[in-house]
Design a protein around this ligand. Structure first.
Ligand code: CP
Length: 328
């Protein structure tokens, strides 16, 4: 489904979904509402305008069972800027390491009365497990997926889409018609790629995958997305090039390339970017492995790289998400 970029109906004033668990569970109206709010918060932050403390008296708990630099800290900052009381559970020092099950940890934290829980966990069905646990104790805590398994990282996809719109000077209603976006690297194991492949085409973009077959998803997972095995073919005429880390910790089989060989074939460099459009931008959700999937000088080249804008937009986008979910 592609969002109708000619749509003129007013945005619904409230988010329809009660939780933000996966991109494909968000309606078109919800997507537009979240992206429009993200744009508003990004503008306010950039101008140094006062932020209404809309979440005063509300409690947010960040429950990250996997490592995170960007997502955890930007959700914490987003909640604090909106006035929420934010608890970041120090999972490494928690009873999780005494064998406590996910549902028990979640029910324990929920018994303390948070309005919203932000979850990162390795199981693909983490959100479904948690919603079931919440249902069992009849509690209506709001749930946000901050990265689960290999399948879902919806808030990253939203901030990526917003960054692309912002870079083009388009508002969310205008969408991404005519925009070609290459996603290259370890697509098979990437929840970022999965959520972006669900979201960006709905905004009108053409998405392409570029990877060796070992890192490509199954052919039938995204039947409308073209697969390319070389940068020279896949990058042609692309406006945005999104690099992804090779997730060596998730590889099921021996990887047939050394880091050097992979960099030779798939490393994103200034030279590789000349294969795309002359005005193409580089993106990366982080963490980056310099010298494996990207050259450090490209990542640091502020005229091409949007990496730090993605990070900054992570705060604004997560403010939009918290505001929209807690003020329905
Ligand atoms: N993009 C992303 O999810 O980064 P972190 O793992 O640092 O949160």
């Amino acid at each position: 489904m592609t969002i109708d970029s000619e749509q003129t109906a007013p945005l619904t004033p409230n988010l329809q979904t009660a939780h933000l668990t996966h991109i494909d569970l968000l309606s078109d109206e919800d997507l537009l509402l979240l992206l429009t709010k993200a744009q508003d918060y990004a503008d306010r932050l950039q101008r140094g305008q006062e932020i209404d403390r809309l979440l005063t008296g509300r409690t947010q708990i960040n429950l990250f069972f996997e490592n995170s630099t960007r997502t955890n800290s930007s959700f914490e900052l987003a909640g604090r800027k909106l006035g929420a009381d934010v608890l970041v559970l120090p999972v490494a020092a928690s009873s999780v390491h005494k064998g406590e099950a996910l549902r028990d940890t979640v029910q324990t934290m929920v018994a303390m009365g948070p309005d919203i829980i932000i979850i990162r966990n390795k199981a693909e069905d983490s959100c479904e497990q948690i919603l079931s646990a919440l249902n069992d104790v009849a509690l209506s805590t709001v749930l946000v997926n901050a990265g689960t398994g290999r399948n879902s990282h919806p808030t990253q996809a939203l901030l990526d889409a917003f960054t692309i719109l912002q870079s083009l000077g388009r508002n969310p209603q205008e969408g991404l018609d005519g925009v070609r976006i290459a996603i290259t690297g370890d697509i098979r194991h990437s929840r970022v790629a999965n959520s972006n492949a669900q979201l960006l085409p709905r905004l009108g973009a053409e998405v392409r995958f570029i990877a060796p077959k070992e890192l490509m998803p199954a052919d039938d997972q995204f039947p409308d997305i073209e697969h390319y095995s070389t940068l020279s073919e896949g990058l042609a005429d692309c406006h945005f090039v999104m690099g992804l880390r090779v997730q060596f910790e998730r590889l099921e089989e021996d990887f047939p390339f050394s880091h050097e060989e992979y960099y030779q074939k798939f490393g994103l460099t200034h030279d590789a970017m000349t294969l795309a459009r002359p005005d193409a931008h580089f993106m990366h959700p982080g963490p980056m492995n310099r010298g494996v999937e990207v050259d450090g000088t490209l990542a640091d080249d502020q005229s091409i790289s949007l990496v730090l804008q993605q990070v900054a937009n992570g705060v604004a986008t997560r403010m939009a998400i918290l505001d929209a979910l807690l003020n329905r």
